[in-house]
Design a protein around this ligand. Structure first.
Ligand code: PNS
Length: 163
């Protein structure tokens, strides 16, 4: 069996930064499971079902990618899926403290589960789901920063872009 990575997150919504990370993750792993944590973001904009639908559309032509959601501890999910590692992206210095804390806690919870970090592509270094939602909320055009399906769904949520 090939190497499997779990790429966990809130994906509220998926951005081009996430897509870039999945693509590069596939150079290291045979399969990347993009897993939505149902207890991730506190007040999500999109339901789990909506997020799953957007992920499915985004990765529909990438056979090595699987979508799922999980409850509870990430390390337990990783073991349940028989995965070899957790995959996470690192943008800039600001991500480091949170990611370091989470990786160490996950290792404390299960020392067999490794976390692999990939640097986010330079093009996407300023993009996060939160900043995308903020821009979209006030009528900003998010095309080119998120998959087309996400752009459409954001417009549905917030109404068409204002001039
Ligand atoms: O996209 P996010 O919000 O940065 O992702 C955070 C996520 C979902 C990876 C993290 O909150 C998580 O793993 N949640 C599941 C509960 C868990 O195992 N937490 C880490 C150890 S306490």
């Amino acid at each position: 069996m090939g190497k499997i990575a779990v790429y966990p997150g809130s994906f509220d919504p998926v951005t081009n930064g996430h897509c870039d990370l999945v693509q590069r993750g596939l150079r290291l792993f045979d399969k990347v499971i993009v897993a939505i944590a149902s207890n991730g973001t506190k007040n999500p904009l999109f339901t789990i079902e909506e997020r799953l639908e957007m992920l499915k559309e985004t990765f529909k032509e990438m056979p090595g990618v699987e979508m799922d959601c999980f409850d509870g501890l990430l390390v337990n999910y990783v073991v349940k899926r028989g995965a070899d590692a957790i995959l996470r992206g690192l943008r800039a210095v600001s991500d480091f403290e949170y990611e370091f804390q989470m990786a160490l806690m996950n290792r404390k919870l299960n020392k067999k589960v490794q976390t692999v970090f990939l640097m986010t592509g330079l093009r996407w270094i300023f993009i996060s789901s939160s900043i995308i939602k903020e821009a979209a909320q006030f009528g900003g055009d998010t095309s080119g920063m998120v998959p087309d399906i996400v752009c459409e769904k954001l417009k549905e949520k917030f109404g068409a872009s204002r001039p």
